[in-house]
Design a protein around this ligand. Structure first.
Ligand code: ADP
Ligand code: MG
Length: 296
């Protein structure tokens, strides 16, 4: 359903509930106590300057990292931090850097993404019995459907490494969709794309949402994010600074400051910055004072 009102979206039980997610690497806290919900039918954006912890947060959601603290639940069930179990539960993702099987065809890449949803085991595959053949045919049909959906059907038999960059990104999305996810995580899906490809990706994300898959997307392109998302969360230095509708986030002076690099009151790290500034002022004051004394 495309025309879901905000009220229905807000009332539905969330597909994703991240609670107090913290990720530390030695002394560095990359993600600090982040809460985030995604509801069915929603497209939620995650933005923030480089190094803010966005990818690390995705890695915590998908079981690639075991968060130092906090928990991640899919449709109310806490997820074990194991990537294949997270995919099986219903969360799929694409990566910031394209990860395709370069020497496989476009269709084969999607079939790889399909394997979590096929029940046929190893022996069945080796013996190529009737069960396997049926499952294989069904998988192929579903993979072709997804290639139609993403506009890649004509290139099903091409090697993925021969696709232009924009189509490789699309193929990554098709492969992620092959696991029939309830939630799709996209990490910078338009990175390196020209405006036309970005526009096409926007349409694709809307279409995915319309099929009933909620989307959480990291992106640097602000126009893309604010146009696409029902809600946007801003990460700065690992902390969620602001969350709200595109309009609210877009006009929040703290967000503008975070992107322009101006310190603002209450910013993570602002205390330290203020202390440094005060010390510098004091030193400068002493220097001026010393010069005045010299001059006398
Ligand atoms: N595996 C890791 N080990 C140590 N530090 C990491 C690791 N992954 C990310 N970081 C650090 O965590 C911080 C956040 O990085 P990242 O999540 O990639 O940011 P973003 O995606 O917002 O640009 C950075 O300081 C980065 O260097
Ligand atoms: Mg990143």
């Amino acid at each position: 359903m495309t025309d879901m009102t905000t009220t229905t979206v807000a009332k539905a039980a969330p597909v994703l509930t991240a609670t107090g997610v913290t990720m530390r690497f030695g002394g560095l806290t990359a993600v600090r106590s982040v809460d985030l919900d995604v509801h069915p039918g929603e497209i939620v954006g995650l933005i923030g300057p480089n190094g803010a912890g966005k990818t690390t947060f995705f890695n915590c959601l998908t079981g690639l990292y075991v968060p130092t603290e906090g928990r991640v639940a899919y449709r109310g069930t806490v997820l074990p931090p194991k990537p294949h179990l997270v995919t099986q539960a219903g969360i799929a993702r694409t990566f910031q850097n394209i990860r395709l099987f370069a020497n496989m065809t476009v269709l084969e890449n999607v079939l790889v993404g399909r394997h979590t949803r096929t029940k046929e085991g190893l022996w069945s595959a080796l013996l190529r019995g009737p069960g396997f053949k049926r499952a294989e045919a069904a998988s192929k049909a579903r993979a072709m459907e997804l290639l139609e959906f993403t506009g890649l059907a004509a290139k099903a038999d091409h090697l993925s490494r021969n696709l232009p960059y924009g189509e490789q990104r699309k193929l990554e999305i098709a492969r992620a969709l092959a696991s029939d996810p309830g939630l799709l995580l996209l990490d910078e899906p338009t990175a390196g794309m020209n405006p036309q490809e970005t526009r096409a990706t926007e349409e694709l994300v809307f279409a995915i949402r319309d099929t009933g898959t909620a989307v959480l997307v990291i992106e640097h392109d602000m126009r893309f994010i604010f146009n696409l998302c029902d809600r946007v969360a801003v990460l700065v230095q690992g902390e969620k600074l602001v969350e709200g509708s595109s309009d609210v986030v877009q006009s929040d002076e703290r967000v503008i400051a975070a992107y322009l690099g101006t310190p603002f009151e209450g910013a993570p790290g602002a205390e330290e910055a203020a202390a440094v500034e005060a010390a510098e002022d004091q030193a400068a004051g002493r220097a001026t004072h010393a010069r005045t004394e010299d001059g006398q």
